[in-house]
Design a protein around this ligand. Structure first.
Ligand code: FAD
Length: 611
């Protein structure tokens, strides 16, 4: 309907209900069964962090933030229009109602934001008043005797247009980009531009196609260009991509990041798959074998330190391992019940054709099309020079993996190619059939359930090689490695007598794009020289510059560096870029945004006085 606005509800909860408790509680309102079942069907894993649920074709968004409010609120920069402060009364839950909480509530409020609470104690009233709210006491509802309500005026905020400060201001642009999301006309430019789109994406691998889809779903006209003749033909072009996460054994920043990406992808793929018959997502489960003493000790530490919901990750014994994979194992492992593998070709087909309902938006691929140069126009839009002519756009997303550095604006990004080769084998005609694993197995590498008789395993790691052709030596390496970490595979007996000559063999190689901290590089592209100048004082004091914003190219975004985990990280990365272009609440918190940020290396290198 005309004038209707989207509704975003954010809920912070320290003790989330389990799904069964939620179902049980909601069953008391049978008249709401339709709505409750939508909520229960999409209910996230009850793990710490940020989970987004969408209803009514994305017009109603529920963000559930699980964890202590004190570890959660300072991770955000939203501006709320309205607060409901629950969380029991101050005498039952004294640690929650502190001046620090009221200050955070005020920081995250828009001009004129209102609040209400049944906690009518005078400490609450005084706290809210000292944070800047006007407060009045009123008769409560139902059994509640009283309630407090009020509002806050923030003239300073509406005049500057800045969102609240965050812990990592350098990860945000100095001025909010207020340009229109839709493209201006190409006619405004003096160049002969025949192809003009709201967004142009360079690179049609996992990173590019998932970003294209996220923007297309938001109603933008997207062009995606790739040097190769078809999508997912670079590193993403493996026949089976395992959706896999490697966790540190203790909870730290990296652990939280990996956990967030895994929880995100484990909800994203099945939801997309549910709309299509053509199968790209194979949630067969994934078993990380405790195949060596060292790995077993690590897994024990992980299980003791982290206590995750059992439907997310749980330790299992050797018998259960054997039952899950259908092969014989003498060790247990960690069981990722909802993980699996991805068929990238089918996935690409779906993403590039999944037309959003009632939308005029288009998604146009250009293959055999190489981006040679990018340049910014005086109105901040971008021109891309290709072998198929010029493209014009307001939002340019660079998702071309290791080739990103060929654009001078991005030459500072510290990515490196990391060559990999996977091997597939099949029983020769009339020979004994190789038994397939029923789930994905990981150890020193991975082994996938067979497809059409082919068993797919690998992969090698070869730093600094640019060679994408396959070789027999790497097939031998993969074969030796898998016999080492998963010796019962191929045959229960005489494993060591087997050689690759006993099978039909094929292989595939590609170049991963890796980064010094093994995290992807996703977000607005920083202006290297300006960042260096503004943050120069970091060279003498690592804590200086806290209030300074970063310098970014307007309309230029990067989505690269997915290393060996593109299936894990590309969905959330795509959503982050779509958020940066179209607005709304980001799919990650502040800490994770900074961990993704393309500017993080400049900040780090300044602190280390390397630049
Ligand atoms: C052997 C191997 C096995 C792997 N197994 C797994 C796995 O099981 N699970 C997993 O999660 N990950 C796996 N990976 C890693 C995964 O493939 C990557 O993380 C992922 O593919 C990265 O996607 P991308 O879109 O960033 O890069 P790519 O898929 O490489 O896409 C980049 C695209 O940019 C295009 N391009 C480059 N320059 C230009 C230009 N100037 N103009 C136009 N187009 C350009 C390229 O043609 C290419 O298609 C594996 C990688 C390899 C090599």
């Amino acid at each position: 309907e005309k004038g209707r606005r989207d509704f975003h509800y954010i809920s912070f909860e320290k003790h989330p209900l389990s799904l069964s408790d939620l179902r049980n509680s909601l069953s008391k309102w049978p008249e709401l069964a339709d709505l409750s079942s939508q909520l229960c069907d999409d209910y996230p894993f009850t793990i710490k962090g940020h989970h987004t649920l969408k209803f009514e074709c994305g017009r109603v968004i529920l963000t559930l933030v699980f964890g202590d409010i004190y570890e959660s609120l300072d991770e955000y920069r939203f501006m709320a229009d309205c607060w409901y402060l629950d969380g029991f009364s101050p005498n039952k839950n004294p640690e929650m109602w502190s001046p620090a909480l009221f200050k955070e509530v005020a920081r995250l409020s828009s001009d004129g934001a209102t609040f209400s609470t049944f906690a009518a104690a005078s400490a609450v009233r005084r706290g809210l008043e000292s944070a800047g709210f006007s407060v009045k006491r009123q008769k409560g509802f139902g059994k509640k005797r009283e309630m407090l309500l009020g509002s806050i005026t923030k003239q300073d905020l509406s005049s500057t247009g800045h969102l609240p400060l965050s812990k990592t201001n350098w990860a945000y642009p100095q001025t909010l980009i207020k340009n229109s999301v839709k493209n201006s006309t190409a006619a405004a430019l003096d160049k002969d531009v025949s192809k003009s789109f709201d967004t142009v994406i360079i690179g049609a691998g996992l990173a590019g196609i998932s970003t294209a889809s996220a923007l297309y779903q938001r109603g933008l006209d997207v062009a995606i260009i790739d040097t190769r003749p078809a999508p997912v033909s670079g590193a993403s072009g493996q026949s089976q991509l395992v959706m896999y996460a490697k966790f540190p054994s203790e909870r730290n920043k990296t652990f939280n990041f990996v956990e967030h990406c895994l929880a995100y992808s484990l909800r994203y793929y099945p939801r997309l798959q549910a709309n299509f018959d053509n199968e790209f997502w194979h949630p067969c489960g994934l078993l990380q074998l405790a195949w060596s003493d060292k790995e077993a000790a690590k897994q024990t530490r992980f299980a003791n330190n982290t206590k995750l919901p059992t439907n997310f990750i749980r330790p299992i014994c050797a018998d259960e391992s054997s039952e899950k994979s259908g092969l014989k194992h003498s060790c247990g492992g960690l069981w990722f019940e909802n993980a699996g593998w991805l068929d990238p070709k089918v996935y690409a087909k779906i993403l590039l054709s999944d037309k959003p309902a009632k939308s005029q938006a288009t998604i146009t691929p250009f293959y055999n099309c190489e981006a040679k140069q990018i340049s910014q126009n005086t109105d901040s839009s971008w021109t891309i020079e290709t072998n198929s002519g010029l493209f014009h756009t307001r939002h340019l997303v660079i998702a071309n993996s290791n080739d990103t550095k060929s654009f001078p604006q991005l030459a500072h990004l510290p990515t490196k190619p990391l060559r990999g080769q996977v091997t597939s084998i099949r029983s020769k005609q009339n020979s004994e059939e190789i038994k397939s694993t029923q789930c994905v197995l990981t150890g020193e590498g991975y082994l996938c359930p067979s497809v059409s008789g082919w068993h797919h395993f690998g992969a090698t790691f070869d730093l600094d090689s640019n060679n994408e052709s396959t070789n027999a030596e790497d097939n031998e390496k993969n074969f030796e490695a898998i016999q080492h970490w998963n010796p019962s595979w191929i045959s229960d007996k005489n494993t060591e007598d087997k050689s690759l000559n006993d099978y039909d063999v094929k292989s595939n190689a590609g170049l991963r794009c890796t980064t010094p901290d093994y995290l992807p590089i996703v977000g607005l592209a920083p202006n290297f020289e300006q960042m260096k100048e503004t943050f120069a004082k970091l060279r003498v004091g690592a804590n200086s510059c806290k209030h300074l914003y970063g310098h970014y190219y307007q309309g230029l975004y990067v989505n690269v560096g997915h290393g060996s985990k593109g299936a894990l990280t590309s969905p959330v990365a795509a959503e982050l870029i779509a958020h940066e272009i179209c607005g709304g609440i980001p799919p990650v918190n502040d800490t994770h945004k900074a961990m993704f940020s393309p500017a993080r290396f400049i900040i780090k290198h300044l602190k280390q006085r390397r630049i």
